[in-house]
Design a protein around this ligand. Sequence first.
Ligand code: DAH
Length: 348
Amino acid sequence: MIERVESLGAAALAELEAGPLEESWLADFEVRVLGKKGSLTLLLRETGSLPGPERPAFGAKVNAVKAAVQERLGERRARAAQAGLAARLEAERLDVTLPGRPLRWGGVHPLTRMTWEICDIFGRLGFNVEGGPELEDEFHNFDALNMPADHPARDGMDSYYLEGAGPGGARGVLRTHTSSVQVRVLRRRKLPLRMLAPGRVYRRDAADATHGAQFHQVEGLAVDRFGAVRFSDLKGTLEAFARLMFGRRLGVRLRPSHFGFTEPSVEVDVQCFQCQGSGCALCRRSGYIEVMGAGMVHPGVFRACGHDPEATAGFAFGMGVERIAMLRWGIPDIRLFTENDPRFLAQF
Ligand code: DAH
């Protein structure tokens, strides 16, 4: 019997030695030899069939052999783990000296950036930023701005209406200009005030190089007591803005115009960057591109917003952000802003 134990033990050790250095094989070996039903364990059960005096020596022998196999198994396991690690290090070799792959940086959209620049310039002149909803009602977008329902400018704006979207189930309108924010601010703030309102506006306009059904404006409004704000303040403010925005490269002109909410009213044109004023397709042969409307706030607006029109004066302006960005950066088509071509966007 003792010889059987020895030969079984020797065979197990030989098998262990010859076997692969793999954890899965070693685990299987452990079950087959040392497990509950392993060959060496089963041997131990035969102790009972031996004559009494031989039993202790037999048991001790089996346990010694088991211990030897167990120890050798532990060593093989350690080597298997090392070999596995070495193989992984080889397979997953990493050259930390290779140059990195540059990440493509995202950036601020040019229209956002231009809006920031405009607000920054007027911010230095004491204007602070206000906001209002894009889905407006007709009172704020038209009526309070001295544009009654039969006013021709109101049709001219070709608005998008949403039935039932206004207050009390009235008709709502996607704001056609940021001038609606003037009304909101005038109604809630004390005078004097200087405010800006940047934002998106909507018009049923056919898309071309300088028009879109959705575009951006920055509105400005400065109001004080009568006599404290004059047309010359408006002119000086807009000239200062144009100089800071375009430098002395592009000429600026004011043209008499008409808006319901200002009197007198002007439109501000900036010399076309593409033809320098001689006339081309972009500026429709006029040599200039219109960038904003402006004027002295109409008394009807003050009245509608709860201010005494006799004692109050102010100027207002509303500029197209796309148009200003086009002039500033030499962008020939307004549609480039919404096409999201990374070759275009990456230039800003
Ligand atoms: N709201 C006008 C438009 O969208 C622009 C404008 C003109 C704004 C005169 C003003 C203003 O504040 O005083 O065309």
